[in-house]
Design a protein around this ligand. Structure first.
Ligand code: SF4
Length: 398
């Protein structure tokens, strides 16, 4: 059978690269690129991708990153495409006043920067952690590092000054409290909102009661993610024992549905990991989530040495229809997709358009939201909407 060539369309190439990874034939790139989270590359059409390059499966990848003149290219042996390296932010080389490397606090992934103030997930203490988890949150038996509000503010200032990202994305592991960790994140969110004019997203596990979702919105979060990861209930129970026993599949869906009623369209999202369940099951998850107004985000599972959880066979031909299905479902349910874009780790809904219609199909709305006027409009609207909704909900509770 003729080998499929994805190099002509950056959106499909991004998926194939995330699935198969790359080898690297340049000592400079090799030296700084292959940490635990791959190498950030800009493909044509301003398509940003984070490509796995250190995991074992990447050794068999047909792709190779090579130097060509003063630039770089990716080749599959038969054809090639020019690409550019995404430079590491300069602040990665600096430390906070207290001596913490800023790169330990803030990790840039294109349009958003992840900050994890506490590297603790209590699933590890009970040995019920998610089976695909990289273990970065494993502080079993210890308290682990907790960054102070001041340290986080220093990191956010560095991100924004350098214009490294536009969205600060707070992430937290599991803690056995009713609020899903939002009380812990509260001082960080309030301080960032008070000191900077930026957008804030919260990635957490669903709280037990909906009032904590209302609280998350009232605090100033512009977006929330409760990542279900696997739609199939049985596989969810097997692969995510902690989430299944202490939160439950049903609670994920209830919390997402409630959040989508509180937050503006397109700002509530949930990951479904491609490769951990059959593609048909991911499509059912897409239908369900878009039906309740939630944006499904589809990262591709990266198997590490002892975690061969991937559904096989899995190749780009098999998973492209899943991404096409996502695009159609989002359109059908008229969900705003401007929030989830320009992310290196996943294919965003905006890039899906290029998968369905071919390259050069990025939305003109994209340009608008990137302009100064567009950003101002987005922030202004977000603040106004929040005020109105919070007042609304206070009235309801009387
Ligand atoms: S919730 Fe699961 S994936 Fe997230 S840190 Fe805990 S064990 Fe890892």
């Amino acid at each position: 059978m003729k080998k499929k060539n994805y190099l002509h369309n950056p959106a499909t190439l991004k998926i194939d690269l995330m699935l198969r990874g790359t080898r690297i034939d340049d000592p400079v790139v090799k030296a700084w690129a292959c940490g635990s989270s791959g190498v950030d590359i800009m493909l044509p059409e301003k398509t940003l991708v984070n490509i796995p390059c250190s995991e074992e499966f990447t050794r068999n990848s047909p792709y190779l990153i090579k130097k060509k003149g003063s630039g770089y290219l990716i080749t599959d042996g038969a054809s090639e495409v020019e690409v550019s390296l995404v430079e590491r932010p300069a602040f990665y080389n600096r430390r906070t006043a207290s001596g913490v490397p800023l790169s330990s606090i803030a990790v840039v992934h294109g349009s958003y920067t992840v900050i994890t103030p506490s590297q603790r997930c209590d699933f590890f203490n009970r040995s019920i952690e998610c089976k695909y988890c990289a273990g970065n949150f494993n502080v079993t038996g210890r308290d682990g590092v907790v960054y102070s509000v001041e340290e986080v503010l220093e990191a956010v200032e560095a991100v924004l000054k350098e214009k490294a990202s536009e969205i600060i994305y707070f992430s937290i592991g599991f803690s056995d409290s009713d609020d899903g960790g939002i009380e812990f994140l509260k001082p960080y969110i309030l301080a960032v909102k008070k000191n900077f004019n930026c957008l804030v997203a919260v990635e957490a596990l669903p709280p037990k009661k909906n009032r904590w979702i209302d609280e998350t919105y009232a605090l100033g979060a512009d977006s929330v993610l409760y990542n279900l990861e696997i739609f199939d209930k049985e596989l969810f129970e097997i692969i995510c024992p902690g989430r299944a026993t202490l939160i439950g599949h049903k609670r994920y869906l209830e919390a997402l549905e409630h959040a989508a009623k509180v937050f503006p369209s397109g700002t509530v999202a949930s990951h479904l990991i491609v490769g951990l369940e059959p593609p048909g099951s991911t499509c059912m998850g897409i239908d369900y989530l878009t039906g309740i107004g939630v944006v499904p985000i589809l990262p591709i599972y990266r198997p590490s040495a002892n975690r061969a959880l991937r559904i096989e066979p899995l190749d780009t031909e098999i998973i492209l229809p899943v991404y096409k299905h996502l695009y159609k479902s989002i359109k059908k349910n008229r969900i705003n997709v401007n929030w989830v874009r320009d992310i290196s780790m996943v294919t965003t809904p905006v890039e899906l358009k290029a998968i369905v219609n071919g390259p050069r199909q990025r939305s003109i709305v994209d340009g608008f939201y990137k302009s100064r006027l567009g950003k101002k409009t987005a922030w202004g609207l977000a603040t106004l909407r929040r005020k109105l909704r919070v007042i609304d909900r206070e009235d309801d509770s009387e």
